[in-house]
Design a protein around this ligand. Structure first.
Ligand code: GDG
Length: 464
């Protein structure tokens, strides 16, 4: 069946679960992207193409909660070379300011091209005449061009969820020109921030030689490509409703009690990723306890590190480093029943996340570089009492909108220590003033507004 809207993303919006009897079922993965795209998909008879995780082959299209989903299977080699390799050990660190050293391997690139081609072919097969296709993220940057070659009738949008690096860093990539040309297959290329869109346009001018003006690229065949910012957001009303539920309120209280009812709870929630700045943040907190600015009787740091990309070497090294640091800090600074850091290496249901946000007095989000950072926005949405402090890295996309946070440079440990202390000592009046302004921003710019503005802009692009 042909569809008027096709979403192409690395992952499907559901997880495949196998129970003890070997029965396979699908569980919706409650990411923001599904929430955002679901209404658009329902309205436009949409279909979503993506990898369901795992290596099972020959999976049939299926429906989950009324959404048409088309699983694209991956072989072990494809997972290792396209996903773990080129996507997560080449592009991810390169696009995040080279926080870790990107690895360049020609076999990884070859596999990246092949997997992108499979996604493009599947989209070409499922799209109706003149349909709209929305391609997502760094794993699929070649899909727009490949798809346009197969189906020039389509309207193609691309959205990058992570930062797009400055020209000086992007230039390291041996396949820089191919990536730029891949993206130029789209009519509209969306980024989190205006600076990323500018980086892209500048690179297209320098490296591909096309004429550009502001946010437009003029291709020799007369086509125009627009590059613009669409800062992603969250389902603010959904989070707020969850935070208001009696179960979550009860659970938040229970969490505080389990931690020994300290005066203040600091919280970090991140995928265990070297871009997120977990190590430096815990060190800063540890020093505040060591130097007796804070005491373990008064304050505890709850750090949730969600397991991520565990097959990639850099991620294993990071996990060991953090394990050692937490062990050392608790060994040196903790008392019986009073660890300095309460460290959890696990993922949790959405309700538990909301309870943690409600329980925490100070949310600490200190990435070295982050496209947006939805955790910061979720914390704000869950602070229904208009209290609580947000300590936020200047290098998270969210810092552009959440100006009333305590903004920090995550490379500056003393600066972070000062911000942690200030937010710890802040008076309710000041906390309220800051939180109200941030809550207004989030409720007025939610994920629905994000998806609508991208789709509206894409619909208006001139289409030759
Ligand atoms: C990329 C970009 C950009 C996390 N642990 C659990 C859980 N989560 C949810 C959070 C949040 C999402 O996952 C994480 O989003 P972030 O934005 O914080 O970070 P990335 O995963 O790196 O996302 C980022 C984003 O794409 C969107 O464009 O903002 O910059 O790097 O929603 O709540 N959810 C549940 N259990 C967990 O244990 N249920």
């Amino acid at each position: 069946m042909a569809h008027d809207l096709v979403i192409v993303a690395n992952r499907l919006p559901v997880d495949r679960v196998t129970d003890k009897d070997g029965e396979v079922s699908w569980r919706p993965s409650p990411g923001g992207l599904v929430t955002a795209i679901e209404p658009v998909m329902r309205a436009g008879d949409g279909v979503w193409i993506g990898w369901p995780g795992g290596t099972e082959q020959h999976l049939e299209p299926f429906e989950a909660d009324g959404l048409h989903l088309v699983p694209l299977s991956m072989t072990q080699e494809e997972i290792e070379e396209h996903y773990e390799g080129f996507s997560n050990a080449t592009l991810w660190p390169l696009y995040h300011d080279v926080v870790a050293k990107p690895e360049f391997h020609r076999e990884w690139w070859d596999r990246y091209v092949k997997v992108n081609r499979r996604f493009a072919e599947k989209a070409a097969e499922l799209a109706a005449e003149s349909a709209t296709v929305w391609v997502h993220d760094y794993q699929l940057q070649l899909v727009p061009q490949m798809l346009r070659e197969l189906r020039p009738d389509l309207r193609i949008g691309f959205y990058l969820h992570i930062p797009f690096p400055p020209a000086e860093l992007f230039a390291q990539l041996p396949w820089r020109r191919q990536i730029l040309e891949g993206l130029l297959g789209a009519d509209l290329v969306g980024f989190q921030l205006p600076g990323a869109a500018q980086n892209f346009v500048r690179l297209v001018r320098q490296r591909v030689g096309h004429r550009t003006h502001r946010d437009l690229v003029y291709l020799p065949d007369g086509r125009e490509v627009r590059a613009a910012a669409f800062p992603i957001s969250i389902d603010a009303a959904g989070f707020e409703e969850l935070a208001r539920s009696p179960e979550v309120a009860e659970r938040a209280k229970a969490i505080r009690e389990a931690l020994g009812n300290p005066r203040k709870i600091f919280l970090g929630i991140d995928r265990l990723d070297y871009t997120k700045g977990i190590y430096a943040r815990l060190r800063a907190f540890g020093e505040l306890i060591r130097d007796e600015h804070l005491s373990v009787e008064d304050a505890v740091f709850v750090q949730v590190a969600v397991p991520s990309r565990e097959q990639v070497e850099q991620y294993r090294i990071l996990r060991d480093d953090i394990d050692r640091l937490v062990g050392r800090l608790n060994g040196d600074l903790g008392r019986i029943g009073r660890p300095a850091i309460s460290y959890l290496h696990s993922s949790y249901p959405r309700e538990e996340m909301a309870a943690l946000y409600r329980a925490a007095d100070i949310m600490v989000v200190t990435p070295y570089r982050d496209g947006m950072n939805l955790v910061a926005k979720e914390y704000v949405a869950c602070r229904i009492e208009e209290d609580g402090a947000l300590v936020l890295s200047e290098f998270a996309g969210a810092a552009d909108e959440l100006r009333q946070a305590w903004l920090v440079n995550p490379y500056d440990i003393n600066g972070m220590k000062a911000a942690l202390l200030e937010s710890y000592r802040a008076q309710p009046k000041e906390l309220g003033r800051r939180m109200r302004a941030m809550r207004k921003q989030i409720s007025q710019h939610d994920v629905k507004a994000w998806a609508d503005s991208f789709m509206t802009e894409l619909a208006h692009e001139r289409h030759d």
